[in-house]
Each structure stands twice: as structure tokens, then as C-alpha cells.
Design a protein around this ligand. Structure first.
Ligand SMILES: Cc1ncc(COP(=O)(O)O)c(C=O)c1O
Length: 362
């Protein structure tokens, strides 16, 4: 019996997640010195990791012979204080990516549907397909959510509506009232999975805790990978009703979040200085890119998150040419946006280098 005849059929058709190209790959492929390569492809924090997290992690290296705390007690207690919710309303994941998969695993089976924006984080699609569900991907005119269209796509088969705000990859932002009204318009038996990976970069954060207290089926996801600069540690969390958190905690592997991720995340929550500086650098960089694109006469889209989108001819070719010059950006062919590059906002000198290299290719 050939394996392909017995493997679950949805796995055969599962698209592969293409990550931002790592520095070492580009160095090998183009014979470059890795130290001179600038990665602006995965919305990582250009300031490095939170210094408080690094200090905490380094103090715990000698305890690695022990298993981690499977219940992430300290982290959940701290999150409970930060958000004014019960510790039992949180679930901690090996990155928020893992939690997205858990949400799908909890609610999606054969024949069920999930609804999300066509140019929205690809993991919603992957998690749905993996669970045997059907993806209903809704057009995003002008790279923005159309909430009426999103609502109209919900049927009696819909189990989850995924939304990320600011959206990745487009960066569009939806306001508090719009999100709240949208959630209130959903049928009671639909779960609203609200991905807040980039929310800390915004001045006004949408707050869905009142909807959770009202008993709505809302789960919010956050990550330590972006503003806290801890993408390599893999830690994210969700908050929701106790019941929903309970289902997620039931299906996760007992030690899904390693010790260093837990202590690093815990310390990062106290690093307000780093968070504020990350936000400041990001706001500066956004203006820098907007000015440069404007001067170059390039169409761009820049609203929220720690990245900008720019429209260029032959974006895939430019993606390769930029790598040869030591700058890694992100093409968006997989999102049906073949003319757009997504660029993670860096430090001013990094942004300048990226702009200069792009300019040479225009
Ligand atoms: C919108 C969105 N959600 C979730 C994630 C996953 O983040 P992590 O698994 O690192 O927490 C990402 C990563 O880029 C993202 O862009």
C-alpha cells in the first residue's frame, strides 16, 4: 500500500507555509556574508529581543534538565493581572500560530467552513484545510476588510471567523466600533477568532474583553514574537471564556511551551521601555517609507502593524534582486498580490538601505 493512499487526503493538498527567507539561506545562495544581510521579511523586531527577557532567559539555562511548567502558572498569573481576567481564561501556545491551529482543531471538522479575508494570514487557511474544513476566503477590495462581505460569507456551516487587526500582510486597520458591531452581528454558534499579533504597534488597541464577559464566543490571540522581539522563543497566548480556554488547554501537548519561552515572556511583559521604544522606531520608520515611496511615485499601503506594502513592477524579480544586494523582503504571490512587496519596518539606517536598494531596481 502506497502511503499516499492512506495519508489523510487533506494533507496531500495542504499548501506549504513559505516563511520569510532566513539570512543563512540567502547568504549561501548568493555567496554573501550573513552579517551584512538585512532581513525585513518576517515582521521581526529590528531592535532585537527585549533586554529584560534576555536577562531572564540567561538565568534559567541551568534548569533545563527539568520539564517546563506545563500549566505556565507564573505567566498566566501575570497575564491575569495585566488584563483583569482570570488565569483560567488564558491558554499559552508555542507561538500564537499553535493556538490558531488549536482553535481550528477544537471547532472545525469535515464539511465545516471558516471565513476570513482573502489577503489575511495564511495560517487560517492551512489550519482549516488540515482539519478537513472548507475555506471561505472573502475578497478584500483595496487591501482592506469589507465587513459586510465578510458577514455575508457566514452560513450555517461556518464555525470560525478569523480576523487579524492590523491585518497581515496588508496592514489595514479596523476600528473598535466596527469590530464590536461585526462580532455582535455573528450567529451565536460561530467563534470569532481575533488575532492581535500586531496590535501593540497601534495607538488605539481594540478591546474585546467586554464581549467575552457578555458570553460571546470570542477568542483573542497575542504573541511575544513581534513587539517583544521574541519570535525565536515561540510564545503566544489566548484569552477567552474559561470554557473555550479549557478546550484549548485540553488538546495541547502537556509541555507545549518551553521553560525559556515562559520566563522570557514573563520578563518581557515588564519591559515597557522596550515596547515604547519599539513603537517609536516603528512610527518613525513608517513615515520614512511613506515619504520615500511618495517621492519615488510608488503606490503603497501603510496603515498599521510593523510593515508597509509597496507596489512595484515584477515584484518577484525585485525580491530576488534585492536578496543579491543583501536585503530580504517578502513577495505576496501566495496572497494573490503578485505586484506587491511587504517590507518590515526597521531602524532608520536599515530602512534607508532598503529604500536605496529598491530605488536602484526601479
Ligand atoms: C497575523 C499573525 N498571526 C499570528 C502569527 C504567528 O506568530 P507567532 O506564532 O510567532 O506567535 C503571525 C506571524 O507572523 C502573524 O503575522
Amino acid at each position: 500500500m502506497e502511503l499516499k493512499n492512506i495519508v489523510k487526503k487533506q494533507i496531500i493538498n495542504l499548501p506549504v507555509y513559505e516563511t520569510g527567507k532566513p539570512i543563512e539561506y540567502v547568504a549561501r545562495e548568493f555567496g554573501l556574508d550573513p552579517d551584512g544581510i538585512l532581513k525585513m521579511a518576517s515582521n521581526e523586531n529590528p531592535l532585537g529581543p527585549s533586554p529584560k527577557a534576555v536577562e531572564a532567559v540567561s538565568k534559567h539555562l541551568n534548569g533545563l534538565n527539568y520539564y517546563p511548567d506545563g500549566g505556565s502558572y507564573d505567566l498566566r498569573m501575570k497575564l491575569s493581572q495585566k488584563w483583569g481576567l482570570k488565569p483560567s481564561q488564558f491558554a499559552i501556545g508555542n507561538g500564537s500560530n499553535e493556538l490558531l491551529e488549536f482553535v481550528a482543531q477544537c471547532f472545525v471538522g469535515e464539511g465545516d467552513e471558516t471565513v476570513f479575508g482573502a489577503q489575511s494570514f495564511i495560517v487560517y487557511k492551512l489550519a482549516t484545510i488540515f482539519c478537513g474544513g472548507k475555506c471561505v476566503s472573502v475578497p478584500m477590495p483595496n487591501l482592506k476588510y469589507d465587513l459586510d462581505m465578510l458577514r455575508d460569507a457566514v452560513t450555517e456551516k461556518t464555525k470560525i471567523v478569523f480576523m487579524t487587526n492590523p491585518n497581515n500582510p496588508t496592514g489595514c486597520v479596523v476600528k473598535q466600533d466596527e469590530v464590536v458591531n461585526f462580532v455582535k452581528s455573528l450567529p451565536e454558534n460561530v467563534v470569532f477568532c481575533y488575532d492581535e499579533a500586531y496590535t501593540e504597534f497601534q495607538d488605539d488597541e481594540v478591546d474585546l474583553r467586554p464581549l467575552i464577559s457578555e458570553g460571546r464566543n470570542v477568542i483573542c490571540l497575542r504573541t511575544f514574537s513581534k513587539i517583544y522581539g521574541l519570535a525565536g522563543l515561540r510564545c503566544g497566548y489566548s484569552y477567552s471564556s474559561e470554557e473555550l480556554a479549557g478546550y484549548i488547554n485540553r488538546i495541547r501537548e502537556p509541555f507545549n511551551v518551553n521553560t525559556l519561552a515562559q520566563v522570557g515572556a514573563l520578563a518581557a511583559l515588564d519591559d515597557a521601555e522596550f515596547v515604547n521604544e519599539s513603537r517609536r522606531i516603528n512610527n518613525l520608520g513608517r513615515k520614512q517609507f511613506e515619504k520615500a515611496f511618495g517621492e519615488l511615485g510608488l503606490e503603497y499601503f501603510s496603515e498599521g502593524g510593523n510593515f508597509v506594502m509597496v507596489k512595484v513592477e515584477d515584484a518577484s524579480g525585485k525580491f530576488v534582486q534585492m536578496q543579491k544586494r543583501g536585503v530580504i523582503v517578502r513577495p505576496n504571490v501566495g496572497y494573490g498580490l503578485p505586484d506587491w512587496l511587504r517590507i518590515t519596518i526597521g531602524k532608520p539606517e536599515q530602512n534607508e538601505r532598503c529604500i536605496e536598494e529598491l530605488k536602484k531596481l526601479l
